[in-house]
Design a binder for this molecule. Sequence first.
Ligand code: ZN
Length: 319
Amino acid sequence: MFGRTLLLLSFAALASVWVPGVQAAGPKIPVMILTGEQGGPYHAWEETTPYLKRMLEETGLFEVTVVVAPPKGGDFANFRPEWGKYKAVVGNYDAPDERWPDALKASFEAYVRNGGGFVSVHAADNAFPNWREYNLMIGVGGWRGRTEKHGPYWYVKDGKVISDTSPGPAGSHGARLPFKIRNFVRSHPVTEGLPEEWMHAADELYARMRGPGENMKVLSIAFSDPSNRGTGREEPILMAVEYGKGRVFHTVLGHDIAAMNCVGFITTFQRGTEWAATGKVTQKVPPDFPTATQVKTRPEYNPPPGWTSPGGAPRAKKQ
Ligand code: ZN
């Protein structure tokens, strides 16, 4: 009897030291990263997914599960992710409309509508152009044939969010260069406490994004420079969208692992995921957050030696 009690006590003592993730604050937040397909070779989900997973895990807040969807032609009838087990789903995934059966789409809609969080990373906003509910979740999207039929073009002018219904295609970007981001709304949990302006590492600056934009708050914007095939307008970069009871954090940033190795990307992704999952942000702004003039990266996220961006050299003219 005594021996058994001692044994149990010893286990308890060990567990409190050992088990990473047993935080005083409570259990970790279960998050799914959904991946397995991207629109082309230039978005390498095999490369970016471990980066995203590590970024979430290093906060100590999240328990991350990676779910890989079947490839084109795969068995989607038996692909039934247990959405309800997670407080948020991170979409590092871009597929055409026809890839998902209706039942799968309906299950995801129900999950977010009933309070599940969703995080759309970079080209996840290219996915599913004609899935109306998905466009409502992400607010705006680009490419895959999107036009004015999918919603107006959203940008910021003179401090106001504009929705422009004039016709045109959706989605464009210039060469991957560093650019400055301005936190347009600074009272939102994701952007609160961040500097007003910060330099982002070389990345695609998405522009001409279109969509319903319902219940969408544009948090951060960037000037799309005409000298780099830009629009001359301030384009949405980070957004918060409400869909039913669910919260969606949408970042257009993160083309490749070099772009993701920006402390601004890392921080806003970590905070945006917490907000989508819980409605709050408990994470402090890190001391190495980029400034208005200086890009900041972290050595532990440096791409491996000899790495080049998939589908083209960094800063290539055509992407
Ligand atoms: Zn890209």
